[in-house]
Design a protein around this ligand. Structure first.
Ligand code: PLP
Length: 348
């Protein structure tokens, strides 16, 4: 596969900005108009917040590379995975010309970022069991189709996508396939991380916002072919990942066991919630490989409004294709889940 041919011509030719810290990170630094005396945040003296952060993200790429046994040349960090979605669209899709394919229903940002970049979106429904309809996708592909977004486990349906379908698409599509694994830690089935190596057009997207419990630091990453990673570095803002975030990521990776414990607790709570929801006569619960549950009831709007009135905030997904009368609830703490179920008992 010729990845170069897929990249927008102006991006391929782009001469990236050469930032001060991309050249020198130590010495008598009088090159970036920083405050040489120090920062007002004395508590963070060690981090030298008066200096711009490492544009190459080396320390966090090394930590993550070690943790996942992935070559750091294949890792790129973004300000949340949302930033990476935007960067990828800008790298591969010519505004007003190219199109992307987005199976529905799924995470809304793929479409929003495509719209922002003036890229037309071809929507293809998932199958009845929320799997990829590969035939319908192949039927939608034309010469201007640059990317396909797959979300596994899918938000908001909660299920993991079949591996054979992902492989079939990756092997037969002459464009980029993004697999968003934001919720993969909660899934029993295998990640697609081991097949990135086999398919140069496959980009795996992950985040620190879910299992790691770090939505507040804004950190996502992707694992992809080196050529794609190099272009992401060319296009990103020079100092996108800040030092506080890098420090938090490095510390978090050292404490990965805590993340694993969170995951086990959340899965145990999820199973309890599924069981409780299944006890309601008019509720249909969908299988979840994630930290949320999709369920269908007879009057979703009313249930949603009544829960909100009780200060229990879940997500109404009932206007999305295939999701009439469907609501999505995140797995909360044991206490929160109990309050949610009690409220539901009263309402239903
Ligand atoms: C499927 C999916 N991808 C990506 C994101 C965004 O992640 P981040 O916080 O890393 O931007 C979300 C957030 O809800 C999501 O559901």
């Amino acid at each position: 596969m010729n990845l170069e041919k897929l990249v927008r011509e102006n991006i391929l030719k782009l001469k990236p900005y050469s930032s001060a810290r991309s050249k020198y990170q130590s010495g008598i630094l009088l090159d970036a108009n920083e405050n040489s005396i120090g920062s007002v945040l004395l508590d963070y003296e060690e981090l030298q917040l008066n200096r711009y952060p490492d544009p190459f993200q080396l320390s966090i790429r090394k930590s993550l590379g070690n943790y996942l046994s992935v070559d750091i040349k294949k890792i790129f960090f973004g300000v949340g995975s949302d930033e990476i979605i935007d960067l990828l669209i800008r790298i591969f899709c010519n505004p007003g010309i190219d199109n992307v394919i987005i199976p529905q229903p799924t995470y809304g940002m793929y479409e929003v970022q495509s719209d922002i970049n003036n890229i037309s979106v071809r929507k293809v429904l998932l199958t009845n069991d929320f799997q990829i309809d590969t035939e319908s996708i192949f039927a939608q592909i034309d010469d201007s189709t640059k990317m396909i977004f797959l979300c596994s486990p899918n938000n908001p349906t909660g299920n993991i996508l079949d591996r054979e379908d992902i492989v079939k698409l990756a092997g037969n599509f002459e464009g980029i396939i993004v697999i968003d694994e934001a919720y993969i830690d909660f899934a029993a089935d295998k990640s697609s991380i081991d097949i990135v190596e086999n398919f140069p057009n496959l980009i795996l997207l992950r985040t620190f916002s879910k299992a790691w419990g770090l939505a507040g630091i804004r950190a996502g990453y992707c694992i992809a072919n080196e050529f794609i990673i190099d272009i992401l570095f060319k296009v990103k803002a020079p100092y996108s990942i800040n030092k506080l975030t890098m420090d938090a990521i490095n510390t978090a990776i050292q404490k990965a066991q805590v993340k694993d414990d969170f995951v086990n607790s959340i899965i145990a709570e999820r199973e309890k919630l599924v069981m409780r929801l299944n006890q309601f006569e008019y509720v249909q619960v969908f299988n979840s490989d994630a930290n949320f549950i999709l369920f269908k009831c007879s009057n979703a709007d009313e249930v949603f409004t009544k829960l909100t009135a009780r200060n229990i905030i879940i997500r109404n997904r009932s206007t999305q294709p295939m999701l009439a009368e469907c609501l999505r609830v995140s797995v909360g703490t044991e206490k929160e889940n109990e309050l949610f179920i009690e409220a539901l008992e009263e309402i239903l």
